[in-house]
Every structure is written in C-alpha cells, then in structure tokens.
Write a protein that binds this ligand. Structure first.
Ligand SMILES: [Mg+2]
Length: 270
C-alpha cells in the first residue's frame, strides 16, 4: 500500500476518468484523508471498468466449459463435483475495496463482515452461466470459502440472488479451524470425484501454494503447468491474495509505510 497526497489522487482520478470517457471529466470530491490506497483504487477500477478484466473472466470460464465436457466423458465410481472459491471467483467484492481505499484503510475483518452482511456483491463475469451449465450436466458444486460461519446466511442469500446452483448449507464449506482448503477438499473427495478447482488464489487449487515464498509459489506454478485451464481454472485478482501475503512474508502487522518499503526493495527497476 502506498500513501499518496491529495493532488496525486486527483491526478489518478483524472487519468482513470480520461481512459473511460471523452466527455467532460467529473472530479470526485477530495477524500478527507491523504492516506488513500491508490494501488487498490486502480485494481478496483480494473475489476469494475476494464473490458479486459471481463474478457479474462470469460477466458477462464470458457476453459472451464471445455475441460468439463472432456472430464465428463470419463466415467468414475464417484459422482462428479467442482470445488469453487467464492470471493473474486463467483462474487465481486471490488466495492469493498473501493470503500476501504477511499478511507485510507486496508482490509479489516469487521468492515468486511459489514460488507458481506449486505449480500450486495455482484457476480464475476461468466460464473453464473458456467456453474448452471455444470449443474445441468449432473455435476455438484461445492463452494469452499474462507468466509466465516457468521457470514453463512448472507453468503447464501447473495449466491441465491443470482441463481447459483447448490447454494445451500450442505454445499457451502466455510472456514472453521484452518484457512487451508485441503481438509475440506479431502472431505469432499471422500464421496465425490472433484473434476476441477476454480479460484482466484492458487491456494484454491492445491495446498502446495500455501504460506510459501514468492519464489516457491512460482516453482509450484511451473510444476502444475499443464493443469491451468484444465483442472485448475484461475480468475484474475490484482487486488489481494496469497501472492500479496507472500510479498510481505506473511507479516500481517506491517504498516502501509512498511509495505511501501517492501515494494521498493523487491521490484525490478532500471
Ligand atoms: Mg477468492
């Protein structure tokens, strides 16, 4: 996260506005703090306003259709299932990102609970159609998320609002004792043949990505080269994820200024 001054914020808003319209630019009221997180405003703008973001989501789900059709030709003794993440995979939480950034704040658990309790998240492009297609082919969908028990009711309301299949208590696997999805995956795999994993975080696909360094995550990604677009369907999320945690070496107590220093020390420059 970078702290920038108000004039810089106005320049950023002008740049974003200038990219999306040729009409007169309307400048938003200046924020009450100069601690706006400009990086996360830009990534939220990408998620909400870039046709390229939508195209990447379609690309991911188009791969999912092709893989599913191939996998369904293989008969197995267990019924077929798909394990999918929720946030930034089927539901779009970019308004939360904007809300926090404009107050100069990063993720906070309590404000996140307030956001999810509204059940107002829109869908990730392509998600509703794909999961309904899979359900129509007899595939059971499991929503494996690190949302918590207190978010259960609102999460189901949000999913049902858009007609996601299997949006019920039996198929919503929330975080309990661990954020790792491996135990939940294993429990589903005891009775189902999990055909594919869908998510914006590689931890949604395989435990080998969890709590690893950036370099180790790259190595693991290379090891799974042929899985991407096949068993592993990855959605874009430039705003947050294990990739960001790895950069900070999982030190969640860093201040915005300290995070800024980390970026300055590790990124390629010339
Ligand atoms: Mg996610």
């Amino acid at each position: 996260m970078r702290k920038i001054t108000v004039p810089s914020v106005l320049i950023l808003i002008l740049i974003i506005g200038g990219c999306t319209t040729t009409s007169k630019v309307t400048v938003a009221p200046a924020p009450t703090t100069d601690a706006i997180d400009a990086g996360k405003i830009l990534t939220a703008a990408f998620q909400q306003k870039a046709a390229e973001y939508r195209a990447l989501c379609y690309q991911a789900y188009n791969s999912a259709y092709r893989s599913l059709d191939i996998f369904l030709q293989e008969r197995t003794s267990k019924p077929p299932a798909i394990m999918t993440d929720i946030d930034e995979t089927v539901l779009d939480n970019s308004p939360y990102q904007v809300h926090q950034s404009l107050q100069g704040k990063d993720f906070e658990q309590e404000s996140w609970f307030e956001w999810t309790s509204r059940a107002e998240a829109d869908t990730v492009p392509g998600a509703v159609a794909f999961f309904n297609y899979a359900a129509s082919k007899g595939v059971t969908i499991f929503y494996v998320t690190n949302r918590e028990e207190r978010e259960r009711a609102a999460t189901l309301i949000n999913l049902k609002k858009y007609g996601f299949p299997n949006a019920d208590n039996a198929h919503l696997k929330l975080k309990t004792t661990t954020s790792s999805k491996v135990p939940r995956r294993d429990s589903i795999a005891a009775t189902y043949n999990i055909l594919m994993f869908v998510g914006d975080n590689l931890n949604d696909m395989d435990g080998g990505f969890e709590k690893k360094s950036t370099e180790a995550r790259f190595r693991e990604t290379n090891n799974h080269f042929s899985d991407f677009g096949n068993r592993f369907i990855v959605l874009p999320n430039p705003s947050y994820g294990e990739w960001e945690n790895a950069i900070y070496k999982y030190n969640f107590s860093l201040t915005p200024a300290q995070k800024d220093s980390v970026y300055r020390s590790i990124l390629k420059n010339y």
